[in-house]
Design a binder for this molecule. Structure first.
Ligand code: PEP
Ligand code: MG
Length: 324
């Protein structure tokens, strides 16, 4: 197996009928970098910037953040690294910034926290911008955006941070900015949001949780948490169509992208890139290299006709197994 993986690393992710599908990784720690490179990732689709924050006893300074981000960016350059701004709250707590709420997943999390604390956001964006000087492989991604107003405010702050860094005499260009589509309201505003940014990235973990009203971490309802639910598949199609109608690339960075059979469907939907845990990358690459885009589209059409997720899962598995 190890030998097979080795051989696979250098091969492109391309279907038998010639469709290219860039495979990216999700990272958080520096150790993720080596694993990603071993598996031939084409860049980072999601750097969870809250991870280094979770390992400290206090907010890291701008300089500390810059050094941490620089390591990530330098390790992958010239490949792109998509850095998500701080996404705390929900299930991710900082010991030195306690948030007590009855419904944390519906509460103060992600961009809501940083828009209420622009000083945290500005320090972080300045650190990212400074870390990227001379490398130019930074992309900035905004979590938990639920509407146009939050995106406007975030963009305003990013431009302010950019101006401040330029005023320090540091030369840099504006990185591409993207928005996560992970709150259902964003699905219904996808064109308005897409118009304002350079790329979209679906967070299928939260989108599934919020669309189906199923806690992503509660084992009692784990069976209801299903990414082949027809409503989720329709939402994903809406996002891809909306993003493309505005000429913007659409990626996906939730766990769904790392599930080989789901990856086949995502490719058929027209996603421009898949970002996953490095551990899943070889399996996904292997399968996509066996399935033509044509066949994937047939499987997607079949899956969309199934309104029982369990049936959808077993039929999809069967169809893929029959491929060999
Ligand atoms: C997601 O919600 O799908 C996602 C990628 O972000 P996180 O898992 O960090 O919430
Ligand atoms: Mg999320």
């Amino acid at each position: 197996l190890a030998k097979g993986l080795d051989a696979l690393r250098g091969l492109p992710c391309i279907t038998p009928d010639g469709h290219r599908m860039p495979l990216l990784v999700n990272t958080g720690l520096l150790v993720d970098v080596a694993r990603a490179q071993e598996r031939g990732a084409e860049g980072v689709g999601l750097y969870r910037s809250e991870v280094p924050f979770m390992m400290k006893e206090r907010f890291p300074s701008e300089r500390e953040q810059r050094d941490t981000y620089r390591e990530q960016l330098a390790a992958f350059a010239p490949l792109p690294v998509t850095m998500r701004t701080l996404d705390i709250g929900g299930d991710k707590a900082l010991p030195y910034f306690p948030i007590k709420e009855d419904n944390p997943f519906l509460g103060w999390r992600g961009i809501r926290v940083t828009l209420d604390h622009p000083e945290i956001f500005l320090v972080q964006v300045r650190a990212m911008l400074k870390a990227s000087t001379g490398l130019n492989n930074l992309r900035i991604l905004l979590p938990m955006i639920s509407g146009v107003h939050e995106l406007e405010e975030s963009l305003h702050l990013i431009h302010r941070a950019f101006g401040e860094v330029c005023d320090e005499g540091i030369e840099l260009s504006m990185p591409p900015i993207g928005v996560m589509i992970e709150v259902p309201s964003a699905v219904w505003q996808v064109r308005e949001l897409a118009r304002m940014v350079d790329f979209l990235s679906v967070g299928s973990n939260d989108l599934t949780q919020y669309l189906l009203a199923v806690d992503r971490n509660n084992p009692r309802v784990a069976e209801l948490y299903d990414f082949l639910h027809p409503a989720l598949l329709q939402a994903l199609l809406t996002v891809v169509e909306g993003g493309h109608a505005e000429g913007k690339p659409v990626g996906i960075c939730g766990e769904m992208a790392g599930d080989p059979s789901a990856a086949v469907l995502l490719m058929a939907m027209g996603f421009d890139s898949l970002s996953m845990n490095a551990a899943n990358l070889p399996k996904v690459k292997w399968l996509l290299r066996q399935v033509s885009l044509d066949k994937a589209k047939t499987l997607l059409a079949q899956t969309l006709r199934n309104d029982h997720p369990l049936v959808a899962h077993s039929e999809l598995q069967l169809a893929l197994r029959n491929l060999g």
